[in-house]
Design a protein around this ligand. Structure first.
Ligand code: AHR
Length: 366
């Protein structure tokens, strides 16, 4: 369903915007800034069920049996997390569920991602989901989508753009994830010194910026901690290995390695294995990772990655919940927080993390 649906949506959304905000409804599409002030933040730890269409529903594509077209400009395929996230979107926005998903793997290239969004606008898709590779550089294309009357959902990562330019955003709190890692480390070290190496994610990604900021917030509170170096491993296993190999050549006195995702941690472990450096609960180096994928948590259960901070990739249900609300002419939250947990190796108890067990691992689907 293309152009015709867009104009139906615009009409429905303008009514919602007027009712909710009491303003003159100047925008063509509902935006994050248009949503009710009292509901600007929503916390959810399970995908929101799709709402049943209400009185406006007879006008919508779903109600009329027409498919809803959704464009998804995905970051790429850099990590296991990303693969799980992609599968979750493809499963959720399936033909069987009434959707036509235009999925594009943007291969971690910002220019490709911008052009992908532009092509979705030209195709007059009903909705656009963007998982932004980098947080900067979005104003122009978001304005183009808004001018075209196409609702935009910013998913997983954040953008540095005025909230009036998009409809809603959803994802994990990356700053909080970094702070959890730091707080856990302070608790674990119990006053001991830390010489820390950080393998960051992709440059300019909000996941990288947030986790770095959050962790550094805790570093600042521990005067006997020193960050020796911090370099991008691009959220890949090869990148993590390459950065760790270079760190090993330059530093001999580190006792903590922070990897901003599980794949980087696998690469860092390969580099340390090759150099004869021991790590984990019984080794010389403590590894902290992010994502808490199934394989990452296996390493935590094995005591190799001592702390693993979750970033939940199963977010498509939240996006579908937003789209179903818009289909029904309902207001949507400006921001939906996907809640994370953290996990630590067996034998460690923490006020910031769950102690790993086989049962926890068995319950991890991705
Ligand atoms: O934006 C989420 C991050 O992107 C995940 O931590 C990482 O694995 C992915 O590449």
């Amino acid at each position: 369903m293309k152009k015709k649906v867009v104009s139906v949506l615009v009409a429905a959304m303008t009514v919602v915007s007027l009712a909710a905000c009491g303003n003159s409804g100047s925008g063509d599409t509902p935006t994050a800034a248009d949503t009710p002030a009292s509901a600007d933040t929503k916390t959810a730890d399970t995908p929101a069920p799709a709402d049943t269409p209400t009185e406006n529903s007879e006008d919508t594509p779903a109600a009329s049996g027409e498919t809803i077209s959704v464009g998804f400009a995905q970051v790429g395929h850099e990590s296991d997390w990303r693969a799980a996230n992609t599968k979750n979107y493809q499963d959720t926005f399936s033909a069987a569920n009434g959707y036509e998903l235009s999925f594009v793997d943007c291969d971690n290239d910002h220019a490709v991602q911008i052009e992908t969004v532009r092509s979705f606008i030209e195709q007059e898709l009903d909705y656009i989901c963007i998982a932004p590779i980098q947080s900067a550089g979005w104003d122009t294309v978001l304005q183009e989508a808004k001018d075209a009357g196409i609702p935009v959902l910013i998913v997983d990562r954040a953008v540095d753009a005025d909230a009036s330019l998009y409809t809603t955003a959803l994802g994990c709190d990356m700053v909080a994830e970094g702070e959890t890692a730091g707080n856990w480390l302070a608790e674990y070290l119990n006053g001991a010194d830390a010489n820390i190496l950080v393998i960051e994610g992709s440059v300019g990604a909000s996941a990288t910026l947030g986790r770095t900021e959050g962790f550094n917030n805790i570093v600042a509170k521990n005067s006997n901690w020193k960050v020796l170096d911090s370099q991008s491993g691009d959220f890949t296993q090869a990148g993590g290995q390459e950065v760790m190999e270079s760190f090993i050549k330059s530093y001999s006195d580190f006792n903590v390695v922070v990897c901003q995702n599980d794949n980087e941690a696998y690469g860092a472990m390969d580099a340390m294995d090759a150099a004869g450096i021991t790590y984990g609960v019984d080794g010389d180096v403590t590894i902290i990772s992010f994502d808490a994928t199934h394989n990452g948590l296996q390493y935590t259960l094995d005591g190799k990655i001592t702390c693993n901070v979750e970033c939940n990739p199963l977010q498509a249900g939240f996006a579908e919940g937003v789209i179903q609300k818009l289909q029904a002419g309902e207001a949507v939250d400006a921001w939906t927080l996907v809640v994370d947990e953290a996990f630590v190796a067996p034998g460690i108890t923490s006020s910031y993390a769950i102690t790993m067990s086989q049962e926890v691992l068995d319950g991890r689907a991705y």
